[in-house]
Design a binder for this molecule. Structure first.
Ligand SMILES: NC(=O)c1ccc[n+]([C@@H]2O[C@H](COP(=O)([O-])OP(=O)(O)OC[C@H]3O[C@@H](n4cnc5c(N)ncnc54)[C@H](O)[C@@H]3O)[C@@H](O)[C@H]2O)c1
Length: 349
């Protein structure tokens, strides 16, 4: 397959302790190492990684925590800083942080000197199972999230679940919301979750699952789209109710399962929620009028709208197969209107 010079088709997934990552990095061939690290992670973890022992030039950039780095200003400031420090094309970039940091640092790696190699140490649950895998990198625009970006696969993803110990509770819950999606997409992961497997095992299974899919379909032209389960409505809920991404995906799946009458999957998702310890019981819309006009306005603007009036909805189908269904905006709106009463009173007891 023809691809750009810097496009790596498959990243190496390492399940490895933080203290041992340095040895893996030591074996890599680069002249200098650029570390872009979320400020919160810098204060808590940087000293645990002995980058001085590499004996190479190390350039460090501390980025504002979380989503605060994903904008033009931070992108430009960091690039100018690195160029001023004299980076070369055979520099390697290491991103340390959650999904926001890796989206931002990966976009820098993809544009700096027309693209340099990079690796990630994901530190949030959501980034371990999702954001660090598959090479999508981006910053936000005032017109919407993740609208300026590219595909740039990292060479290595180093996953150590110990980072979760310091993750704020709401961020952990958000990661669990996204994780629940994998329980619906994969029978094996569902079995692990419902069987009470250790979170470390579940993280590994989710990361491998996403890696397999994105390796086959890097640019989201086919199978990769199934990973958007719950996201069409979820993104709208995230925006309207200002809730965390993974929580919005969880309620987005519930919403879709109700309006498309997927009773079995709804029950499965609730069982998965209980096993994972997701605390959510009341949807953000409970006892409020469902903001159908706002939902539809947001969905119409979503980049997954494939034609003017048609979008792709990811739905579990026969024999546990997930399907990509083309639905017109009018059909979706009708389904929401018809199920409004049921959606409105839904709670998980
Ligand atoms: N590229 C992709 O495929 C993809 C997929 C899903 C989500 N994303 C992106 O990921 C972002 C969300 O990522 P996220 O949920 O990881 O949140 P995040 O990166 O915004 O981090 C959330 C907060 O947790 C802190 N944090 C992270 N790890 C920590 C740790 N171990 N200890 C203490 N604090 C820690 C951060 O400093 C931040 O304040 C969004 O910008 C979203 O667009 C990208």
């Amino acid at each position: 397959m023809l691809t750009s010079i810097n496009m790596k088709l498959k990243s190496n997934l390492h399940f490895i302790e933080l203290e041992k990552i340095i040895n893996s990095i030591r074996g890599m061939n680069f002249e200098s190492l650029i570390i872009i690290i979320d400020l919160n992670l810098h204060s808590q973890y940087f000293k645990k990684m002995d980058f001085d022992s590499l004996g190479k030039k190390v350039i460090i950039w501390k980025a504002p925590p979380g989503e605060n780095c994903k904008n033009f200003k931070e992108f430009e400031t960091c690039l100018e800083f690195l160029l001023e420090k004299g980076v070369h094309r055979n520099s390697h970039l290491l991103a340390i942080g959650g999904g926001a940091l890796s989206d931002y640092a990966g976009f820098i790696a993809s544009t700096l000197l027309r693209g340099i190699s990079w690796s990630i140490i994901p530190t949030s649950l959501l980034s371990m199972i999702d954001a660090s895998i598959g090479g999508k990198v981006a910053i936000n625009s005032i017109s919407g999230k993740n609208l300026i970006g590219s595909f740039h696969n990292p060479d290595n993803i180093y996953i150590d679940d110990k980072f979760i110990a310091t993750l704020p509770v709401d961020e952990f819950q958000s990661g669990l919301g996204e994780l629940a999606k994998y329980g619906i997409l994969s029978k094996d992961i569902k079995k692990l979750i419902l069987g009470g497997a250790d979170i470390c095992k579940i993280i590994q299974a989710c990361a491998k699952f996403k890696q397999d899919i994105t390796t086959k379909d890097l640019k989201e032209s086919g199978e990769r789209k199934i990973l958007n389960l719950g996201h069409t409505i979820g993104h709208a809920l995230e925006y309207i109710y200002q809730i965390k991404h993974g929580i919005a995906v969880f309620w987005g799946m519930i919403f879709i399962f109700i309006i498309f009458q997927k009773k079995r999957e709804l029950d499965e998702l609730i069982a998965i929620k209980r096993s994972l310890g997701i605390k959510e019981t009341e949807p953000p819309w409970l006892n409020k009028t469902i903001p159908i006009a706002d939902l539809m306005r947001f969905i119409t603007k979503d980049k997954k709208t494939i034609k003017n009036n048609t979008l792709e909805v990811i739905l579990p189908g026969m024999k546990n197969q997930v399907t990509i269904k083309e639905v017109s905006l009018m059909e979706l709106e009708t389904k929401i209107v018809n199920s409004e009463a049921e959606v409105k009173k839904f709670v998980i007891s």
